[in-house]
Design a protein around this ligand. Structure first.
Ligand SMILES: [Zn+2]
Length: 422
């Protein structure tokens, strides 16, 4: 079955982490890749975050990461399964998928931007749950407590992801990776080139960015997450019908008594979608619109896909230069795929699904390695460690340069993670 109408997401907070922790660790250990999405209390100076100079961008984002916090985090674990039949082996990648939505609460005082809160509340984010049951975390370097006690924390889940060298997939990775690093790994280095060297050393499984894949490998018309996901979701079903490469997502049969589970409904439209409506050009291009509440044009993602919106390249570039605010973060979500309150979890699933589908389409070696669970045996090597840069027509390659040094904090951390490898 290439189609799916609903996706199970498990909420994780301080009152159920004890019982869920081991299953999260198991899901991570068996994963071919994990997709991660963060919800933040703010990102800081948006203009500087998207400024032309990349090192300056890094400075602005790391300033944000040191003064803001992560309010929730979605992690979706995709484990490749063996095919059921010879014909399936030729055409499909089968995955078992488990998605978790973690509520987090930073112990340190931090800035909460009103625009971020407003946005999260509008999308059903439950701040009561966050403050009552959020998993407490201390950002920066490991504390003695982190090192000496075996805490059931996201920091330790991330340690496990890194130790197992599981590739991590983001959508529009730069901001999330900087926040992830500062909040759960160690103190961010001052210099951008040091940061890149650190990533290269710490993330041995590699990083992937589905926004980079959408823009430079698949060359999609638009690259915001909702668009990429819906496009891949519908093409996946078509490809399955035509015996072309596709993904077969499977989910665990969770007991119905489980209280922390929610199903996110994202069924594709059954009837042909009305393509005579005027779609909002801005929304169709970027996934957001200045006048979201009053805009008279359609923001419906299925209508946008149905009209096969033709994007005007010049106009697109202009828009990007003028307002390249993080175009994926502060935008309303589809009315179709409502993620009410579980946005991080659902976004991580969407990201993982896009990655899985593009792996089936552009990966050149998964048919030859039907038993392998490793992404590198499936393909897309050309996209490994390539990160999307808003407003640029090239990616950022995560690779240590000969002149850059790894930071002391990261070296220490990696020694704890990997032993004496460096
Ligand atoms: Zn609009």
């Amino acid at each position: 079955m290439a189609s799916f109408a609903k996706v199970p997401v498990i909420d994780v907070h301080s009152s159920n982490i004890e019982e869920l922790y081991n299953s999260i660790i198991l899901a991570v250990r068996s994963a071919s890749f994990v997709a991660i999405d963060l919800e933040l209390s703010g990102i800081g100076d948006k203009r500087r975050v998207n400024t032309k100079d990349i090192a300056e961008r890094y400075e602005a984002i790391s300033e944000g990461a040191k003064t803001r916090s992560v309010v929730s985090l979605g992690i979706s674990c995709f484990c490749r399964l063996p095919s059921f039949s010879k014909s399936e082996e030729e055409s499909a990648l089968r995955f078992a998928i488990q998605t978790f939505n973690l509520f987090l609460l930073c112990k340190n005082n931090h800035i909460i931007e009103s625009s971020s809160v407003k946005f999260l509340v509008q999308h059903g984010f439950d701040f009561n749950t966050q403050y009552k049951y959020g998993l407490l975390y201390s950002p920066g370097d490991d504390t003695n407590e982190d090192i000496e006690t075996d805490q059931k924390s996201f920091r330790n889940i991330l340690n496990e992801i890194l130790r197992c060298k599981v590739p991590i997939v983001f959508h529009n990775a730069l901001i999330d990776i900087v926040f992830l690093y500062q909040s759960f790994l160690c103190e961010l280095p001052k210099n951008f080139s040091t940061f890149i060297a650190d990533l290269d050393l710490a993330f041995k499984g590699g990083l992937y960015d589905t926004k980079y894949l959408a823009a430079f490998i698949d060359r999609m018309q638009a690259t915001y997450l909702e668009y990429c996901f819906r496009k891949c979701q519908s093409e996946n079903v078509k490809n399955c019908d035509n015996l072309k490469s596709h993904v077969i997502p499977t989910f665990p049969a969770y007991p119905s008594s489980m209280s922390s589970i929610s199903f996110l409904h994202c069924e594709l439209p059954r009837k042909p979608v009305n393509d005579t409506h005027c779609v909002c050009k801005r929304y169709a291009s970027f996934g957001w619109c200045l006048d979201a509440e009053n805009c008279k044009y359609s923001h419906d993602i299925d209508e946008i896909l149905a009209v096969d919106f033709k994007f005007d390249k010049v106009r697109k570039r202009k828009l990007q230069e003028n307002e390249s605010v993080d175009d994926d973060r502060y935008q309303p979500k589809s009315t179709k795929a409502r993620s009410s309150g579980h946005r991080a979890g659902f976004d991580s699933y969407m990201t993982g699904f896009v990655f899985g589908f593009l792996l089936s389409r552009h990966g050149t070696s998964w048919r030859e390695n039907p038993k392998s669970k490793k992404v590198e045996d499936m393909g897309l090597l050309e996209a490994k460690n390539q990160i999307y840069l808003v407003g640029k027509d090239f990616g950022l390659q995560v690779k240590k340069s000969n002149f850059a040094k790894v930071s002391e904090a990261c070296r220490k951390k990696c020694k704890r993670l990997y032993g004496e490898c460096e």
